[in-house]
Design a protein around this ligand. Structure first.
Ligand code: 5MM
Length: 347
């Protein structure tokens, strides 16, 4: 297949269109089961379909959701009335995308650190996903921070950063060769007890490495979207940073590491509360003008509320859609710096 850079750049631009962002609905079977367990819903092919169909049929898809990241099962699934779920997304003017990594495996000689796998046969899989309607893809590398462990046992290790970065860049090049826009997601976990400055330093190292590898793999920056974590303290840190500090440090970090040619940046939420994830995005956009559109590609921060409201019951579909529309609207406003805490209450 010959790469069409104009087409790639157009899709990438649409993914970060003003006032819109991405819905990360690409939970693998294990993750969606965990989410459903929390609301006492059995995870079956039908319940997973019903839940995702509920979101894809919500009105806010048109105005606020530029694209949806799907999982292999979902991209092949039909709605209850037989319409392919991909069609529902397209009919709403949104773009279907697909998670193509095959998850994390232990990285040899690196303790609990992991490497994201899925490069073997990826070119063929991407060609099939393109035929199924996917115009962008996602690959997530997972980097952990263990503060204070310096030297040979430093976490993240040089090995984990370099290996994951190389895989991300190889994936991104394969995507572009198949006319699929890569979302490049190096996630530095916020599960630890580290402070915001440690997160800043590790994220800086990872992003610098990733952009170097993207260069060596000849990835075209205008045809990709970066999905990073914010500069934020670990959840167990006694020293939590305020909204303004997160916004200022994240923008500083991104300006240092992300070339302006990149089509856009769409954050992961990484375990922040719904409103925190919105407030941080809004505060960053209020610091504009910025070199790239800054928006959301949230999973949990968009879905926790609708999951709870729905709880697997047909009679709750309207409530689930209302909760999803609300979070999509709040994050859409945050993506242009027009959100305020008062709007959270105006449901
Ligand atoms: C939606 O969750 C995604 C899939 O996770 P698994 O492969 O572990 O099942 C995840 O990659 C997600 O797209 C990103 O982490 C962003 O989601 P959050 O919840 O961090 O915003």
């Amino acid at each position: 297949m010959t790469m069409d850079l104009d087409a790639l750049a157009l899709v990438a631009k649409k993914m970060v269109a003003r006032g819109k962002g991405l819905l990360a609905a690409d939970e693998s079977a294990g993750t969606i089961k965990k989410r459903f367990d929390a609301i006492n819903v059995e995870s079956t092919e039908d319940t997973r379909r019903d839940y995702r169909e509920m979101m894809f049929r919500t009105d806010c898809m048109k105005d606020r959701i530029s694209g949806v990241i799907l999982y292999d099962e979902t991209i092949r699934q039909n709605a209850k009335d037989g319409t392919p779920l991909v069609k529902l997304i397209e009919q709403a003017g949104s773009i279907p995308g697909i998670k193509v990594d095959k998850g994390v495996k232990p990285l040899p000689f690196c303790g609990d650190e992991t490497i994201t796998e899925g490069l073997d046969g990826l070119g063929e899989r991407l060609a099939e996903y393109y035929k199924l309607g996917a115009r962008f893809a996602k690959w997530r590398a997972v980097i952990d921070i263990v503060p204070g462990s310096l030297g040979a046992s430093q976490v993240p290790s040089y090995t984990a950063v370099r290996t994951n970065s190389h895989a991300l860049a190889r994936y991104a090049a394969l995507c572009q060769e198949n006319n699929i826009v890569p979302i490049v997601e190096p996630e530095i976990l916020m599960d630890g007890a580290h402070d915001i400055d440690t997160c800043f330093a590790v994220t800086q190292w990872v992003l610098k490495t990733v952009f170097e590898d993207l260069y060596y793999q000849r990835v075209k920056l205008e045809g990709m979207v970066l999905k990073p974590n914010m500069a934020i303290a670990g959840k167990k840190s006694p020293k939590q940073a305020g909204v303004q500090e997160v916004a200022e440090k994240t923008v500083k970090l991104l300006k240092e590491c992300v070339p302006p040619a990149v089509a856009g940046i769409a954050f992961l939420s990484g375990g922040q509360s719904d409103v925190e994830a919105t407030a941080h995005l809004d505060a960053m956009n209020k610091l504009g003008p910025l070199p790239w559109p800054l928006t959301f590609s949230y999973g949990r921060a968009l879905q926790a509320a609708p999951q709870k409201a729905w709880s697997g019951k047909v009679e709750n579909v309207a409530a689930g859609q209302k909760a999803f529309a609300h979070r999509a609207k709040m994050n859409g406003l945050a993506s242009t710096g027009e959100w305020s805490a008062a709007q959270e209450k105006a449901v």
